[in-house]
Design a protein around this ligand. Sequence first.
Ligand code: ADP
Length: 379
Amino acid sequence: MTFPVVGMVGGGQLARMTHEAAIPLGIRFKLLSNSPQESAAQVVNDVVVGDHRDLPTLRAFARECDVITFDHEHVPTEHLRALEADGVLVRPGPDALVHAQDKGLMRARLDEIGVPAPRHRILTDPADAAAFAEEGEGFPVVLKTVRGGYDGKGVWVVRSVEEAAEPFKAGVPVLAEEKVDFARELAANVVRSPHGQAVAYPVVESIQVDGVCDTVIAPAPGLPEELSLQAQRTALTIARELGVVGHLAVELFETRDGRLLVNELAMRPHNSGHWTQDGAVTSQFANHLRAVLDLPLGDPRPRSPWTVMANVLGGDYPDMYPAYLHCMARDPGLKIHMYGKDVKPGRKVGHVNTYGEDLAEVRERARHAAGYLRGTITE
Ligand code: ADP
């Protein structure tokens, strides 16, 4: 059998949805998950339960895969280098992935490439935050731990040197950034293969609530074509310069005076690309698989004028299934994607996609369904 085995490290919903994309292609999918209960481990039939921080576990897993890829960025860089030295195909490779693991290295590298970013500096001591603030507009400034943050955890908006003490407690370097007064947040998603082929999805608007992605609108409404092309070019340049293989999400701030600043990179399928499952010719998950296997990439173009993705967060009701009756009856065009995760307040447990011709209507349908599933909308 020549159909390859793709090994994905990490058992979250991104692995679950990548597995879903592997099925119609007949690509065999193997999972390394921390526990059998995780989102992807519930549905993949070939699961190794083990710790992604343990090199012998990773080595044994990789031996049974043709290529390994990731659902998160938490595998230690030195382990990835050891796997590469063993001859394992690691995609994206450690030299690229390190820029999605360490915000300090990411900033330094993007500066070299000349990609516009918020003013920033690595701080060694909370007292340095005052000097950093004074060189700009003063407090508040944004402090971030360089490693280990996600969904806004590991990001602090600080108003004084006293408040700056907290981020240093994690014992990793702290990146200071000017607090950007952005008009909105965008994401430019691209996929690149080892051959160097690359595709760019339409640039999307991403709306965060309490540091967590709430809604994604594809394409970003009212974005001037010039900025859209600039965002796509920036993402393609980053993918090429960093040698990214697979899906790359570039999170951007659109400033009030029409500039784009890069905030963050993710080198895996990303929440800002979930709309592609139902709204693009080829989803981010299918294209990530094609890229890591060095297959020709699929068409990234939208299938509909507008697609809206709304995350379903956990609310007060532990069981969302009864809500399907009303959601499905109300909106036969609704696309529901649930992750099999236990409902905890505020936790991402699924998302919905809607698409159509009229943005206001498409957006309202997504908002309603996500709120109804959560339990914050009751009719
Ligand atoms: P994470 O790795 O946890 O996703 P991010 O660096 O993406 O962290 O920051 C999370 C959110 O915090 C961003 O989506 C944005 O809303 C806000 N944020 C981050 N950096 C800045 C900044 N320099 N200025 C203003 N807001 C910021």
